[in-house]
Design a protein around this ligand. Structure first.
Ligand code: PDD
Length: 284
């Protein structure tokens, strides 16, 4: 089975899929997206991803689309693919109209999807931990909306690769540690788990939410609060969370070792709990 694409109701091989050049997603970044992964033939946290997709569209005042229709289209594409461990990318743009900053009334939102096997993180990264650099967060002020405007994220990721690292961590001009380029960030300090609170400056990650629940259930002390780079460098453990990232240890940031420079016990424990939950199909 080839990797598939869905374009406004039609399914086809990815290389056959095209969109109109005056799609506002293409010209203005006027689109929202989700990325959902499956484990052993079931989509993990599908409803939570649909919740966030609906919220993104609402925040940008898109003409509404039926959630039931989106769910049906996602499940249909997933079933057609036959993949057990797939990544489904869903993108909805406001619509197609002659280029104009002002929004043309009455546009029909455009839905495209792609499905491919998940590109797994290298095992060595999971085992030994990843490295990161910090970069100034130059993104817009609505990072809580999952829009396709990912240029700052993309440039920061590339900068980290060019520096011989694996990812970049966004830090505000005031020194507040926010999130990764496609993941949320947690630190473990003195037995306590800390992550940036949900504000307009980070994405409300689904994996973040699952990890917070798992951690509380495991009896860990959890705090959603602001922290700076001193707390980041001085943490016992640091990890990223995301749909593809799952829960990835970071052992070196800006050339400084985190803790003893090895993957920590809490990170390992939470990764195992997250995997268990994902393989079990969702809520614990
Ligand atoms: N990215 N923060 C940012 C900036 C992200 O782009 C993502 C996800 C996350 C984690 O969210 P979640 O746990 O819901 O995947 C946090 C996706 C995977 C992407 O861009 O492909």
């Amino acid at each position: 089975m080839p990797d598939l694409a869905y374009v406004n109701g039609k399914i086809m091989p990815i290389e056959k899929a095209v969109v109109p050049i005056e799609d506002r997603g293409y010209q203005f970044g006027d689109g929202v997206y989700e990325f959902i992964a499956s484990y052993e033939g079931h989509l993990f946290m599908l409803e939570e991803h649909l919740d966030r997709l609906e919220r993104s569209m609402r925040e940008l005042a898109f003409d509404p689309i039926s959630r039931a229709d989106i769910r049906k289209a996602v499940l249909n594409l997933f079933n057609r693919s036959g993949y057990q461990r797939a990544g489904i990318y869903i993108q909805i743009s406001r619509g197609v109209a002659p280029r104009n900053h002002a929004i043309t009334p009455g546009m029909t939102p455009q839905i495209i999807m792609t499905i491919r096997p998940v590109k797994e993180m290298p095992e060595t990264l999971r085992k030994n931990g990843a490295t990161a650099i910090t970069v100034e967060d130059t993104r817009w002020c609505r990072c809580d909306i999952k829009t396709v405007q990912l240029l700052a994220n993309s440039l920061a990721k590339q900068k980290s690769l060019d520096a011989g690292c694996d990812d970049a961590i966004f830090v505000s001009s005031q020194g507040i540690v926010r999130e990764g380029t496609s993941s949320n960030l947690f630190i473990v300090s003195g037995g306590r788990l800390v992550t940036h609170p949900l504000t307009n400056n980070i994405l409300p990650g689904i994996t973040r939410m699952v990890v917070l629940d798992i951690s509380r259930d495991a009896g860990l002390d959890v705090e959603e609060t602001f922290f700076g780079t001193d707390a980041l460098y001085g943490a016992d453990e640091v990890f990223l969370t995301g749909t593809v990232t799952e829960l990835l240890p970071i052992v070196r940031i800006d050339g400084k070792s985190i803790g003893d420079g090895k993957v920590g016990q809490t990170t390992r424990r939470l990764y195992d709990l997250l995997r268990k939950q994902a393989l079990a199909g969702g809520a614990a």
